[in-house]
Design a protein around this ligand. Structure first.
Ligand code: ADP
Ligand code: ADP
Length: 219
C-alpha cells in the first residue's frame, strides 16, 4: 500500500459552515480544501465547457451529474498539493460519489474521518441568505455573523464580495430538499464505517474550528 494520506470529508447541510471551516483548517494544517462548488464556480467564471454544463444544475439547486463531478475530483486529487491528503468540502454528495471516492483514496488508507457539522434549517437559511463570497479568492463572509472589515470588500485581497446566484431563498429551499434526499444518506454510510463525528455547528466559528482541528490532528 502507498503511504497513508489524510482525507477528511466535511458533511453538513448547505450553509452549515463547511467552506468556512475548510478554509481555516487548510490554513492550520496545510491540507488543501477541495470544494466542488468552488471548482464549478471557477469553471463558470472562465466559461469552460464544464462550467456551461454545470450552470443549469447549479442555478436550479440540483446536483451536477455524477460522472463529470467524479472526474473533476479525481483530476484534482492527482495535483501535487494533495500528496498529504485533502479536505473535501461538498463532495461526496450522494452514495455513488461516496463509493467513487472510496475507490480513489483506498490506496492511501481511505477516508480518515467524516465530521458532520449540525445546524437547524432556520439557522442555515439565515446563514446562506447573509453569505457573501469574494469574487477573487472565494473567501466566505456573512453580513452579520462574520462581516468583512470594510463593507463589500474581501479582507484578504480587497476583492468584491457578491451574493451567489444560488443563495436566494427559493433555490436554497430546493438545495435543502436535495440535501435531505440525496446527501443525508451519507450520514449512515460513514457512521457504519466508524468515521462519522457529529459536531454542534450552532456555536461560533472559532469553537467549531477548535473541535475540528483536534479531530483532524488526531494520529
Ligand atoms: P457551507 O460551505 O456549508 O455551505 P459556509 O461556510 O459558506 O457553509 O457558511 C455559510 C454562511 O454562514 C457564511 O456566510 C458564513 O460566514 C456563515 N457561518 C459559517 N459558520 C458560522 C458560524 N459558526 N456561526 C455563524 N455564521 C457562520
Ligand atoms: P453549498 O455548500 O452552499 O451547498 P456548494 O458551493 O457546495 O454550495 O455547491 C453549489 C452547487 O454546486 C450545488 O448546488 C450543486 O449544483 C453543485 N455541486 C457542488 N458539489 C457537488 C457535487 N459533489 N455533486 C454535484 N453537484 C455539486
Amino acid at each position: 500500500m502507498a503511504q497513508t494520506r489524510t482525507y477528511v470529508v466535511l458533511l453538513g447541510v448547505p450553509g452549515a459552515g463547511k467552506g468556512t471551516q475548510a478554509q481555516l483548517l487548510q490554513q492550520a494544517t496545510g491540507l488543501p480544501q477541495i470544494s466542488t462548488g468552488d471548482l464549478f464556480r471557477y469553471n463558470l467564471k472562465h466559461q469552460t465547457e464544464l462550467g456551461r454544463l454545470a450552470k443549469r444544475y447549479m442555478d436550479a439547486g440540483n446536483l451536477v451529474p455524477d460522472q463529470v463531478t467524479i472526474q473533476m475530483v479525481a483530476d484534482r486529487l492527482e495535483q501535487p498539493d494533495c500528496t498529504r491528503g485533502a479536505l473535501l468540502d461538498g463532495f461526496p454528495r450522494n452514495l455513488l460519489q461516496a463509493a467513487a471516492l472510496e475507490r480513489l483514496v483506498a490506496p492511501y488508507g481511505g477516508v480518515a474521518s467524516a465530521p458532520l457539522i449540525q445546524v437547524e434549517d432556520e439557522e442555515t437559511i439565515r446563514r446562506i441568505t447573509g453569505r457573501r463570497t469574494c469574487r477573487l479568492c472565494g473567501a466566505v463572509y456573512h453580513l452579520t455573523f462574520n462581516p468583512p472589515r470594510s463593507p463589500a470588500r474581501c479582507d484578504n485581497d480587497g476583492g468584491e464580495l457578491y451574493q451567489r446566484d444560488d443563495d436566494h431563498e427559493e433555490t436554497v429551499r430546493n438545495r435543502l430538499f436535495v440535501y435531505y434526499k440525496q446527501t443525508a444518506p451519507l450520514i449512515g454510510y460513514y457512521f457504519a464505517k466508524g468515521l462519522l463525528h457529529e459536531i454542534d455547528g450552532a456555536r461560533s466559528i472559532e469553537e467549531v474550528q477548535q473541535e475540528l482541528l483536534a479531530l483532524v490532528k488526531q494520529p
